[in-house]
Design a binder for this molecule. Structure first.
Ligand code: PAZ
Length: 329
């Protein structure tokens, strides 16, 4: 059996964990997409969205997962498209997607949009289907945006399931996207596992219950932002997210990430307030060494006053503004 490192650097990870079978095909589609977007002078944002799984067996029956439904990523992708960016939407398979997210089966089932219209008495014509009148305007708006994005070819969708799929795909897409230099933005909203089980330590078959309780020791996922910022993305505008449940550590951890990786912005959010409140954490460019090195700006919306408002609209507007300013520097 090959010897595995005790802690995985990004390099050791990619040397020991195999790529997903679809990686080459995905790289080809990203190349084709970027060629088209460059011809149209578009800025491109990579949006990652949804949670990663950690399989416990090679013939996977069980896996660890997390809560993310992909709302942040899918919603933000729509606002980036609206702002004129082309979007590579890299998401967890079956998590929410731009446009169709409005009709998620759990919150707004598609069948509830439709009516059966019976033919007049005596007619042999089959019943027809129409859209419920109260839902028509909303559906029309979403459909128009969706069709125009399809026609313009400004969105490419890629999928991942496991943490391994995610890491390989993120590296490959970032390296491709780096040809855009400063015109590329990386918006890392996916909820990525901090721990994984190396392939070499996985049980081949379903773990059996005969031995009583289950003990699994997981390895730490390498800190991928480090090579991403320093090597893969070449000058890109990198935005990472920091999620915590303990308010006391949220901002300090976001600051520590900025310090460690040297990227553009960290968007900090607390689990239960993430739908209406986030903080932009960034470096200050103050020449005075005794002044604070970081600052934060809160983006808040009032869902009681305006229940239709989405915080992602303000997040994306603010990022578009900062990206523009940064391009002009
Ligand atoms: O997918 P969602 O809308 O339910 O949640 C979004 C989020 C909390 C996963 C995202 O805003 C985020 O913080 N992502 C990074 C999580 C992390 O620290 O790994």
């Amino acid at each position: 059996m090959e010897t595995l490192p005790t802690t995985f650097s990004a390099e050791a990870y990619f040397q020991t964990q195999p790529p997903p079978p679809t990686i080459e095909q995905d790289v080809q589609s990203v190349r084709g997409f970027l060629k088209q977007q460059r011809e149209h002078g578009k800025k491109v944002v990579l949006v990652t969205s949804g949670g990663t799984t950690v399989p416990l067996e090679l013939n996977v029956v069980r896996f660890l997962d997390n809560f993310s439904a992909g709302t942040r990523g899918a919603t933000s992708a729509e606002y980036f498209l609206k702002a004129g960016y082309a979007v590579i939407f890299m998401h967890r398979q079956f998590s929410l997607q731009p446009f169709s997210r409005h009709y998620s089966h759990s919150t707004n089932p598609f069948l509830d949009l439709l009516e059966i219209d019976d033919p007049p008495d005596g007619s042999t014509a089959p019943p027809s289907i129409s859209v419920t009148s109260s839902k028509r305007d909303h559906l029309l708006g979403v459909l128009k945006s969706y069709k125009s994005v399809q026609k313009a070819g400004t969105m490419l969708t890629l999928t991942f399931v496991t943490i391994n799929d995610y890491l390989w795909l993120l590296r490959a897409v970032s390296q491709e996207l780096s040809v855009l230099g400063k015109d590329a933005m990386y918006y890392l909203a996916a909820a990525v596992s901090d721990f994984f089980l190396p392939r070499q330590k996985m049980s081949v078959h379903k773990i059996q219950s005969g031995k009583g309780s289950l003990h699994i020791e997981m390895d730490q996922v390498p800190k991928i932002l480090k090579p991403m910022v320093a090597e893969w993305t070449r000058q890109g505008f990198v935005v990472s997210f920091k999620l915590e449940t303990d308010d006391g550590i949220l901002i300090p951890k976001a600051q520590a990430a900025l310090e460690r990786y040297g990227h553009s912005v960290v968007i900090a959010n607390e689990l239960h307030r993430r739908k209406f409140e986030v903080a932009f954490v960034y470096r200050t460019h103050d020449a005075d060494p005794s002044a604070p090195r970081f600052a934060e700006t809160w983006v808040r919306i009032d869902l009681e006053k305006d229940p239709e408002k989405e915080v992602e609209e303000d997040i994306v507007n603010e990022l578009v503004r900062r990206h523009k300013q940064w391009l002009e520097m």
